[in-house]
Design a protein around this ligand. Structure first.
Ligand code: CU
Length: 120
């Protein structure tokens, strides 16, 4: 009986610490990182214009749903390489830290304008 109590008590303690970590992670996320879901179909980007605010770290969760356009990859905003967009698979695309207001153009692998991030 005593053993059972010890097991239950330690399970409760473990549960409490998990809950605490979850809360901590959620708080950290809302303070820094903003994620926006984006779909790329035959009609282009949805939403066609993505909004962010200064001070945010913006990440797009991009899902490409068509094979009929050239948007199979996006140029990375930092100018280094591309991010591949496999069909029907959500990909994290880092826009990065938004430090000034204005527009950030999102380009396909051929440098065509695919979408716009408006920083407010
Ligand atoms: Cu293109």
């Amino acid at each position: 009986m005593k053993k059972l109590f010890v097991i239950i008590a330690s399970l409760l303690a473990a549960g409490a610490s998990f809950a605490h970590e979850g809360k901590h992670a959620a708080h950290k996320k809302s303070a820094k990182e903003k994620t926006v879901k984006v779909t790329i179909s035959e009609d282009g980007f949805t939403p066609s214009q993505i909004e962010g605010h200064k001070g945010e770290d913006l990440v797009l969760l991009v899902t490409r749903t068509t094979d009929k356009t050239c948007m199979t990859e996006l140029k990375n905003v930092n100018g280094k390489g591309e991010t591949k967009l496999p069909l029907n698979k959500e990909v994290r695309f880092q826009v990065g830290h938004l430090d000034k207001s204005g527009e950030i153009k999102l380009l396909c692998g051929m440098d065509m304008k695919a979408g716009i991030v408006k920083v407010l």
